[in-house]
Design a protein. Structure first.
Length: 370
């Protein structure tokens, strides 16, 4: 699935709607966003300056504790955090870095680990399927670091089963290979495993978690691991233009997300599974994976992507219901479209049956377009 950025017209239409399918209800203006942050109790604290501040250090410590790691460092963006992590894990070498070909690091970060950091990738795994320990053991050479994305977003938000993840960790430790978790959605993954975040993170040497996806923050993330490892990433943070003069809006929104949305991840997951079951029951429609493992899944529909996009915009304009506007070509249905559905706070504004009806209308309109 290629990365697609929404247009300004799409954003304006989305903001005019009264209901939204995916994620959390949007903040419609910068003023609304800033006023909401100003109401948080942490907003009375002083601004952080170049990463130094009480609220910043409290956030780093809280996330490190949640993950059971000795230390954590805030980064303004996951790309910088993961580049720093891979560079430190590889030391003076060039890798190789074992990672899935559909991973965020390969696709959404545009192979920056190779093109900017001079590392070398070793792709492992098939499309729309997570890799396991047998595939690691069959690699033509031993990697310098193994990356597991939890969940594999581009592969349908899929997760390895717990025993397989434990086996991957054991293989890495037996081979002396660091294991890094790309946990941009680790908060969501924990609901599937039914285990504390610290128990999951204990399998890896380093873990990256994001604040702006499931938690609904403005931006930012934390990279967690051993103290010496985190200290070694500091110069790379500066080299990657990540040592911002101040990041307090990101910090405040992260603290809000941890407090308000992290506890709701199991609820989001159950809602996603219930909705997915109804959508999968429609003739010719496919859900992947079925059932979803986290609060997100793919919906494959028997209509052309460009026609579906027109229909989705028409539904938004007519009914004020934003179902999305980013369909892409389906790899499961020839000539069909695929959309991602991600459940968050916005789900409080509609019933599952209302969503099914809205999608039926969109598919009918897309099928009728000449």
């Amino acid at each position: 699935m290629p990365a697609i950025s929404p247009s300004q017209a799409d954003i304006e239409l989305r903001n005019r709607c009264s209901r939204w399918l995916n994620g959390h209800p949007p903040l419609r203006s910068m003023r609304e966003s800033l006023l909401a942050l100003a109401e948080l109790p942490e907003a009375d604290q002083a601004l952080d300056v170049y990463g130094d501040g009480a609220a910043m250090q409290a956030l780093e410590a809280e996330v490190a504790a949640l993950l059971g790691k000795p230390a954590g460092r805030f980064f303004h963006k996951g790309v910088a955090a993961q580049l720093a992590a891979l560079r430190v894990h590889c030391g003076d070498g060039t890798g190789p870095v074992a990672l899935h070909p559909q991973s965020h690091i390969a696709i959404d970060e545009a192979d920056a680990f190779e093109l900017l950091m001079g590392l070398r990738g070793l792709r492992v795994g098939a499309a729309d399927a997570v890799f396991g320990v047998e595939q690691l053991a069959a690699l033509p050479e031993q990697p310098a670091v193994v990356v597991v994305e939890l969940p594999l977003r581009r592969g349908g938000y899929r997760l390895p089963e717990w025993d397989e993840l434990v086996a991957i960790s054991a293989w890495c430790r037996a081979a002396g290979v660091p294991l890094h978790f790309d946990g941009a959605r680790l908060w969501e993954a924990a609901a599937h495993y039914g285990r504390p975040l610290a128990e999951i993170a204990a399998l890896a040497d380093s873990v990256y978690v994001s604040f702006y996806k499931g938690l609904g923050g403005l931006a930012g993330c934390v990279l967690a691991g051993e103290g010496a490892f985190i200290a070694a990433t500091q110069p790379w943070q500066s080299r990657l233009a990540g040592n911002l003069f101040t990041a307090y809006p990101f910090v405040l929104s992260a603290q809000q997300g941890l407090r308000d949305r992290l506890p709701r991840m199991p609820e989001y997951r159950e809602r996603a599974r219930a909705l997915a079951a109804l959508l999968a029951g429609q003739a010719g429609w496919h859900v992947a994976p079925e059932p979803p493992q986290v609060n997100a899944f793919q919906l494959h529909l028997p209509v052309a992507p460009e026609r579906l996009r027109e229909a989705l915009l028409a539904v938004a304009q007519r009914d004020g219901f934003w179902l999305g506007a980013r369909p892409v070509a389906s790899q499961q249905l020839a000539g069909g479209a695929m959309v991602e559905i991600v459940i968050g706070d916005a789900a409080a504004g509609w019933t599952d049956s209302e969503v099914v009806v809205a999608w039926q209308q969109a598919v009918t309109m897309a099928s009728a377009v000449a």
